[in-house]
Design a protein around this ligand. Structure first.
Ligand code: GUN
Ligand code: ZN
Length: 437
């Protein structure tokens, strides 16, 4: 038996050089994966590569299927698995009425284990093979998530929520404890297998100034160098008007909301800010200058009625932007649905989100936001072969629309507009099958 697995089918991914995104579509392609490492060895036309590789052995042929990199969801909350679809509130009411109650259940490690597994099943079923997730305040909620991810061999980032005020007492920590617990979790999980730690101050209203400084201390203690990836940081920014007014009351000495994070030393190229809907011009400017990263969460913004982001503006400032589900504020695990709602929000701003850009923001661009684009996001040689197999005839209407598609752009647009988990036929993690519909 050879040392490689061979996959034949249509292939779509994109490559990026000097800031330019180039879509690559191969109508009848072959992907060669090293069986032991699970990495891509070669991708190209079947007609050419089938002369070079022994296709009598270990060839899997996906007919009428499209292979693409697995989706990367850069902002999601696994403890909110059951908060999804909670009725009738805006952000701050929703946090108090539903979210903070549910998150308290994650002090129970058995419950955390159970939900972590359900959550990962749902991600995989939707074709999402990597994510950066918020956990709950409790250390055991993070252990549960990393344990479940490691068992499945997934590339994931996650962290313990730091939150020391304006939330139920049972859900709060304090600055020293949050530093100590986060550090213990970093030592235990960061850069183990395919896992990365993300320092996770929830958002400015639930952290004191002292706690935000502890978050900065952790970010500084675990920098990136030539041998190691540093820890990441995730939080929320400019999601809701009331939240923004509250932040300016809580931190009167900072110029604006992003300024609160910058003043406390947690802006920068390893920091990922969710939402950024209501940014001021000054905030876009400082985000660009600090190389801070963005997760846009269209399904969540519409579900909670938070507002319409301005993708055009973020792009004009050259900020790295990705798309994310923000479950349970977001009402779907499907990145197709996320792209669909992103497209509509852009339309409301009289701007077109083209499908190549949309798929970039859920694959390679998302991997870049998480500083993982050296290992995932497309099918360049030596990348980890996490990929999805899309059934181009999964529903009658998609099948009919794909038959009249002129080019791959049309097909991608059909998928992002009409698609959901029914399209995901199979999912591979490191070249091994992890899911079959
Ligand atoms: N802001 C602070 N916490 C949260 C959360 O859990 N979800 C969303 N969407 N926004 C937040
Ligand atoms: Zn969120």
């Amino acid at each position: 038996m050879s040392d490689h697995n061979l996959f034949r089918g249509s292939i779509y991914h994109c490559v990026e050089a000097a800031g330019n995104i180039r879509p690559v579509y191969i109508s009848d392609g072959l992907m060669v994966v090293d069986r032991e490492s699970g990495r891509v060895v070669e991708v190209g036309d079947y007609s050419t590569l089938s002369l070079k590789w022994d296709i009598s052995d270990s060839l899997i042929h996906f007919e009428d299927r499209l292979m693409m990199p697995g989706f990367v969801d850069t902002h999601v909350h696994y403890p909110q698995y059951k908060v999804i679809a909670s009725y009738g509130t805006n952000l701050l009411e929703w946090l108090n009425k539903y979210t903070f109650l549910e998150e308290q259940k994650f002090s129970n490690e058995d419950y955390a284990d159970q939900i972590a597994n359900l959550f990962l099943d749902e991600l995989i079923k939707n074709g999402t093979t990597s994510a950066m997730t918020f956990c709950a305040t409790y250390k055991q909620s993070v252990d549960a998530f990393f344990r479940a991810s490691e068992k499945r061999g997934l590339r994931m980032a996650a962290g313990k929520v730091m939150m020391d005020r304006n939330a139920p007492e049972g859900l709060c920590d304090n600055p020293e404890e949050s530093y100590r617990d986060s550090k213990e979790l970093i030592e235990k999980w960061h850069n183990k297998a395919r896992l990365r730690y993300a320092v996770t101050p929830r958002f400015a209203p639930t952290s004191s100034s002292a706690q935000l400084k502890q978050a900065a201390r952790l970010l500084n203690e675990y920098p990136s160098d030539e041998n190691n990836k540093g820890v990441l940081l995730q939080t929320h920014l400019n999601e809701n008007d009331e939240e923004i007014a509250w932040v300016s009351d809580l931190f009167p000495e900072s110029k604006n909301y992003f300024g609160v994070y910058e003043d406390h030393g947690i802006a920068g190229n390893r920091s990922v800010f969710g939402h950024c809907i209501h940014n001021t011009e000054a905030e876009y400017q400082r985000m660009a200058q600090t190389e801070s990263k963005v997760s846009l969460c269209p399904t969540s913004n519409l579900f909670l009625g938070s507002g319409l982001f301005e993708l055009e503006k973020l792009e004009s400032y050259g900020i790295d932007v990705s798309l994310a589900s923000d479950v349970g504020g977001g009402d779907s695990f499907s990145m197709f649905k996320v792209m669909n709602e992103a497209y509509k929000i852009c339309r409301l701003n009289d701007f077109n989100l083209d499908p190549v850009r949309a798929f970039y923001m859920t694959t390679l661009g998302a991997a870049k936001v998480l500083d993982m684009n050296d290992s995932i996001g497309n099918f360049e040689v030596n990348k980890e072969a996490d990929f999805i197999v899309i059934d181009l005839n999964a529903t009658e209407i998609i099948s009919q629309k794909n038959k009249i598609a002129v080019d791959i752009n049309d097909i991608l647009f059909n998928l992002m507009t009409l698609g959901d988990d029914r399209l995901i036929d199979e999912v591979y993690v490191l070249g091994q099958r992890a899911y079959k519909k």
